[in-house]
Design a protein around this ligand. Structure first.
Ligand SMILES: C[S@@+](CC[C@H](N)C(=O)[O-])C[C@H]1O[C@@H](n2cnc3c(N)ncnc32)[C@H](O)[C@@H]1O
Length: 242
């Protein structure tokens, strides 16, 4: 499997490798555990579709894949480019006795080593923002889906209401980088988080990206006043490959 390592991709890989052993703790600590509830919400939505084959892209340490393994008779493939994040994920999967259900692999979401029309669902949490090329990543998540397959994307979004937006910006810009830096010892990791959320399409802009990748009925489901959102879309039966 070839990973095309150019600027952003390589720095994202290096950054996540460097925080891999502290990633889970930091995630839950800095979000006051809300990230866990958001992943659960995504899996509740996913479950209604009764998927048996799921691809979890940018799986990291596997939290979303592990949550999705609660669905009956499911098989999940998780991919990531940060080997050390996957290493932490492997240990968790083994400890939980899920190695027959979850397969974690080193692969690039923007160049997936899978055939078209294989998965019932493509899922991702807090991953698409890190893609070097969002359009290519969404195209790939579309390509591997079966007809009527669905995409579920959990990502930070920009709240629009006062004072949520102001509080959100303050927390992301000042508090989170400070605590993140102290605990993760990686100077850039949590400054990057603020910048990457600011620069990333949110709400309607993200729905346009889904449409451009070929997804029908793109929808945004806001979570916690719009701090995060689950975006969904369908690969219609009559969709043609691009
Ligand atoms: C914030 S973490 C999210 C991990 C996990 N999904 C979660 O919910 O905790 C982002 C992950 O995206 C991965 N990533 C970024 N670009 C990628 C790509 N092109 N292909 C695969 N993984 C990628 C990073 O290595 C990192 O593990």
């Amino acid at each position: 499997m070839q990973v095309r390592n150019t600027g952003k991709k390589e720095s994202v890989r290096v950054m996540f490798n460097s925080i891999s052993t502290r990633y889970d703790f930091l995630n839950h600590f800095l979000s006051f555990g809300i990230d866990i509830l958001w992943r659960k919400k995504l899996v509740r939505m996913l479950k209604r579709q009764n998927p048996t084959s799921i691809l979890d892209v940018a799986t990291g340490t596997g939290d979303l894949a592990i949550e999705a393994s609660r669905i009956k008779n499911v098989r999940i493939t998780g991919v990531d480019i940060a080997e050390e994040m996957l290493e932490v994920g492997h240990t968790k999967v083994l400890k939980k006795g899920l190695s027959k259900v979850i397969d974690l692999q080193y692969a690039d979401s923007e160049n997936l080593p899978f055939d078209a029309f294989v998965y019932d669902a493509s899922i991702v949490s807090f991953g698409v923002r890190n893609f070097e090329n969002l359009g290519t990543g969404l195209d790939e998540m579309f390509r591997v889906l079966k007809p009527n397959g669905r995409i579920y994307i959990l990502e930070f979004s920009m709240p629009t209401n006062f004072p949520i937006l102001q509080l959100y910006n303050f927390y992301f810009k000042f508090i989170l980088p400070l605590i993140g830096r102290l605990i993760s010892k990686d100077k850039s990791a949590y400054t990057y988080l603020y910048d990457s959320v600011q620069d990333f399409p949110s709400g309607k802009d993200f729905l346009i990206q889904l449409q451009q990748a070929g997804f029908a009925s793109p929808k945004q489901h806001k979570l916690s006043f719009g701090i995060a959102s689950i975006y969904t879309g369908i690969k219609m039966d009559n969709s043609t490959e691009k």
